[in-house]
Ligand binder design. Structure first.
Ligand code: UGA
Length: 469
């Protein structure tokens, strides 16, 4: 099929590259000429596994780049809107980019097309897109609007797209449903998975995926409700972790005991310093605003957000209770991205913590495998950037693990022990077994698990008092 994807941000770029790999002809449209030139030159603006391979495979052949949305619309059977929907001051999504794209699309609708909203948007957006396109003079018989929310995660975006748990398509006509079935046919028929050069299948992926057809409003709600539910799971386990700390229980054992109930499931049950990123924080605010608008006071979401913020403050209090005072302390910080596998620092709890520690007068030496360039634009002074985790830890009063990168879970602990000033590790992502850390001579503090103290630790670095929930 011939497809236009509007917006070359995270979702647009991955969507375009994956549809090209599924055998479609894709034109990726953006109004940023500089970005288009970089993409044409072979640059890949985001750190995402398999994306460089896919773009290299299809660039100039099955995927082209254009600044002309009307021409791209004319050439395409499906036009996918994947532009940003940033939060406004009040928390609801700013839909002005979506609106201006819809307006421009209307000038290119000369025969039947399906306009697909893939950006995360509030309920009713597809109706608005339809209204805007009609208002600008397009015959309503010449197009349908579908809602096709995207569930990809940063870091695993390509495999999430090609091996999804489910594909959700919201439509208002059989004709649009048929077009959307064809669009995803290479996945739902299993054809893609039989190809020798398919992107490798993740272990847990079940193929072929189920296609769920709903109304457009239901599809819009599915996206917001999914993200809200996942964020709620994280806040729930973080709240349980706080109780574990107070009573001396181990949240890992508790989450294992809860998550093995198949009705609950083990995923998104890792406690830590809270969720961040460009999706959960924004989508929770937007969903709360949608609920309010519809007359429902969704206070549960407020509590999810509150627990999430409190989680970061708790961790800061823990660092303080271990170090006693902050001013002049040298901290080795491992991780700046909002999660492992990405260079994205938007709403990163790691970065927010670093900023707070800097305000308290700490000296930070930080390392992140991918996010340092982006972090440098935000962290102007008081921070040194190291070439690896060991350099960051050298001479540190304490090492802080703030992002769940795989490489931080596989450090050479013997080597680390020889580099630090004091063998203290505060792990905001629970990457290590406390007993192993103590065996290597570290005092180790994590989230929701009892502190594991090494006998070698100088007495003055012991926590002054036990934290209260
Ligand atoms: C999230 C959703 O998982 C995707 O399904 C959705 O498509 C995407 O938002 C979106 O709306 O675009 P993403 O933000 O890329 O994806 O990252 P996640 O893997 O969900 O992680 C979000 C945050 O939660 C990270 O800060 C991570 O460290 C944290 N997290 C995750 C935990 O603290 N504990 C967990 O058990 C899991």
């Amino acid at each position: 099929m011939r497809i236009a994807v509007v917006g070359s941000g995270y979702v647009g770029l991955v969507t375009g590259a994956c549809f090209a790999d599924m055998g479609h002809e894709v034109v990726l449209v953006d109004n940023d000429e500089k970005k288009l030139a970089e993409l044409r030159n072979g640059e890949v603006p985001i750190h995402e596994r398999f994306l460089p391979e896919l773009l290299a495979r299809h660039r100039g052949q099955h995927i082209k780049f254009s600044g002309d949305l009307q021409a791209a619309t004319r050439e395409s059977e499906v036009v996918i809107i994947a532009v940003g929907t940033p939060p406004t001051e009040s928390g609801d999504a700013d839909l002005s980019y979506v609106e201006s794209v819809a307006r421009e699309i209307s000038g290119g609708v000369d025969e039947y097309k399906v306009v697909v909203e893939k950006s995360t948007v509030p309920v009713y957006t597809s109706q608005w897109i339809r209204t805007i396109i009609m208002r600008n003079g397009t015959d309503p018989a010449l197009f349908d609007v579908a809602s096709n929310p995207e569930f990809l995660r940063e870091g695993t975006a390509v495999t999430d797209f090609l091996y999804p748990d489910r594909i959700v398509v919201g439509v208002e006509s059989d004709r649009a449903a048929e077009v959307m079935r064809q669009l995803y046919g290479p996945l739902t028929s299993g054809w893609y998975y039989g190809r020798g050069d398919a992107i490798p299948r993740p272990d847990a992926a079940k193929v072929p995926p189920r296609l769920i057809i709903t109304s457009t409003k239901s599809a819009e709600l599915i996206k917001h409700a999914s993200n809200a539910f996942l964020a709620m799971k994280i806040s729930f386990i973080n709240a349980v972790a706080s109780i574990c700390e107070s009573v001396g229980a181990n949240v890992e054992q508790v989450s294992d005991g809860i998550g093995t109930d198949s009705r609950i499931g083990p995923q998104f049950m890792n406690p830590g310093i809270g969720y961040g990123g460009s999706c959960f924080p924004k989508d929770l605010l937007a969903f709360r605003a949608v609920a309010k608008e519809s007359g429902y006071d969704f206070r549960l979401l407020e509590e999810v957000i509150r627990i999430n913020e409190e989680q970061r403050h708790r961790f800061l209090r823990k660092v303080r209770s271990v170090l006693w005072t902050f001013r002049g302390k040298r901290l080795g910080v491992l991780g700046l991205a909002f999660k492992g596998g990405t260079d994205d620092i938007r709403e990163s709890p790691a970065l927010l913590l670093v900023q707070e520690l800097l305000r308290e007068g700490c000296h930070i030496c930080a390392y992140d495998p991918a996010a340092m360039e982006r972090a440098k634009e935000v962290l102007k002074s008081g921070v040194e950037f190291a070439g690896d985790a060991y350099e960051a830890a050298t001479g540190a009063d304490a090492v802080l693990i703030l992002t769940e990168w795989e490489e931080f879970a596989a450090l050479d602990l013997e080597r680390l022990r020889t580099l630090v000033k004091y063998p203290i590790v505060l792990d905001g992502r629970n990457l290590y077994d406390p007993a192993v850390m103590v065996k290597h001579g570290f005092s180790y503090y994590s989230v929701g698990r009892p502190a594991a103290l090494s006998e070698e630790l100088p007495a003055r670095a012991q926590p002054q008092k036990r934290e209260r929930a």
